[in-house]
Design a protein around this ligand. Structure first.
Ligand SMILES: Cc1cc2nc3c(=O)[nH]c(=O)nc-3n(C[C@H](O)[C@H](O)[C@H](O)COP(=O)(O)OP(=O)(O)OC[C@H]3O[C@@H](n4cnc5c(N)ncnc54)[C@H](O)[C@@H]3O)c2cc1C
Length: 396
């Protein structure tokens, strides 16, 4: 809670106290700028608090080119200058300095050692406050007018510089309802259509839904010519989730797409063909969770307890395909309510990638998820919010 009256003016007003806004506020205030950070919620960093199952996967171990590539060609190119200035190593160093040491986990993920997201949120708030930033919660921004006039639920504020870090439209319950798109469009920016990303996929098949709770740790999940990941795949009561499904989910929002899954990417088709043909109980030939093996057999019309030798070749082949090249009918995604990020947003060519200043409106800065840049699961989205927030904090 950060109560108190709003100051009438500031060198820079930052709209939205999430990952990008908090980081930017600390950086700008440390340069001696009079910073006002406004947040709609009663507390700051709500998404940080909810992240990584409240453990907060704060960044990644990847650096350099591999890091850049995680954001796609355009996103990686745009982020290059800000990642160079504040990369994952720098984020970890800064958190350590703030009393939040980090450690590496699987899939190149970095977590606070305490595994408490609240430690990260509190550290970033403390960093901003200690540097002298004024933070106000319960201060929803209602409008942003040229000049700049910031209209809020608690009164108006004037400033020569404004940094917009209100995030995207995913998880609207957390406060991110896409408010910034209309303000920025009104000021002359192009908004690339925001779509849900990192979101579970809907599969209507009853036998798939009946497998809810099962995880396949190293499944290969791909959408041809678009995305190819090896990450855990989770069955849920509405279809498929886990990083495997979520990392490729955007493509089901952007046009027709077909999902492919290889449940056993370390086993060749030949090996599996032989194992199925020789199995005493055909489901046992599949080194997968028992309920999934049975489900896949059922899906192709084979009894799991049937011997391979007594199963027609065509059915054995269908089972092989179900394991190595499963193509479940995906009817859509679970939408913004369940999406961890928003793809799309402020068009990148309209923003200077070194300073995050608008190329259209002088004194206007944009950082974080509201930009048309996002990464896969694995700490990449916090990293881009911190890096772009930091770049803006150095430039405002
Ligand atoms: C459940 C969940 C788990 C996640 N886990 C991870 C993870 O482990 N690792 C990772 O890298 N990423 C994770 N993400 C993604 C990550 O949280 C976001 O990409 C990141 O927070 C974006 O930072 P941001 O500062 O741009 O926006 P946000 O953190 O969303 O912050 C925007 C802030 O602006 C405020 N705001 C909005 N509108 C207004 C307004 N009109 N006036 C004032 N304030 C306003 C919001 O309340 C919010 O506090 C997760 C997301 C979700 C939903």
């Amino acid at each position: 809670m950060c109560p108190g009256p709003l100051p009438e003016s500031a060198d820079v007003v930052i709209l939205g106290a999430g990952a990008a806004g908090l980081w930017a506020a600390g950086t700008a205030a440390a340069r001696g700028k009079k910073v006002l950070l406004l947040e709609k919620n009663p507390r700051v960093g709500v998404k940080i608090l909810a992240s990584g199952g409240t453990h907060c996967n704060v960044t990644t171990t990847l650096e350099g080119r591999a890091l850049q590539e995680a954001y796609g060609r355009d996103g990686g190119r745009f982020l290059a200058p800000s990642l160079r200035r504040l990369g994952p190593h720098d984020v970890r160093h800064e958190l350590e300095t703030l009393g939040v040491p980090t450690e590496e986990g699987e899939w190149e993920k970095v977590w606070p050692k305490s595994r408490k997201a609240s430690d990260v949120a509190h550290a970033l708030l403390r960093r901003a406050l200690d540097a002298g930033a004024t933070v106000r919660t319960d201060a929803a921004v209602l409008d942003l007018r040229p000049g700049f006039l910031v209209r809020t639920a608690r009164g108006d504020v004037h400033s020569q510089k404004v940094l917009v870090t209100v995030g995207g439209k995913s998880y609207p319950k957390s406060g991110t309802t896409g408010d910034g798109y209309a303000w920025l469009e009104e000021l002359g920016h192009t908004i690339v259509r925001p779509v849900p990303a990192l979101v579970p996929l809907v599969v209507e098949l009853p036998w798939v839904r009946a497998l809810a709770g099962i995880t396949v740790p190293g499944a290969r999940v791909w959408v041809k010519k678009r995305a190819d990941r090896r990450r855990p795949l989770l069955f849920t009561h509405t279809g498929l989730s886990g990083p495997g499904a979520m990392d490729v989910s955007r493509w089901f929002e952007l046009g027709p797409a077909e999902l492919h899954v290889d449940f056993l990417p370390d086993m060749s088709e030949e090996e599996l063909r032989t194992a199925i043909a020789q199995a005493k109980r055909i489901a046992k030939a599949l080194p997968l969770p028992a309920r999934l093996a049975e489900g896949l057999c059922e899906g192709v019309g084979v009894r799991g307890d049937q011997p391979g030798t007594e199963t027609r070749k065509a059915l054995r082949h269908a089972l092989l395909m179900a394991v190595k090249r499963w193509t479940p009918p995906v009817s859509g995604t679970r939408g913004f309510d369940h999406a961890e990020v928003t793809a799309g947003g402020v068009a990148l060519p309209e923003v200077d990638p070194s300073t995050m200043e608008s190329r259209i409106v002088k004194g206007l800065f944009v950082a974080g998820e509201i930009l048309d840049v996002d990464g896969p699961i694995g700490g990449f989205n916090f990293q881009s919010a911190f890096s772009t927030g930091h770049a803006a904090g150095l430039a405002v």
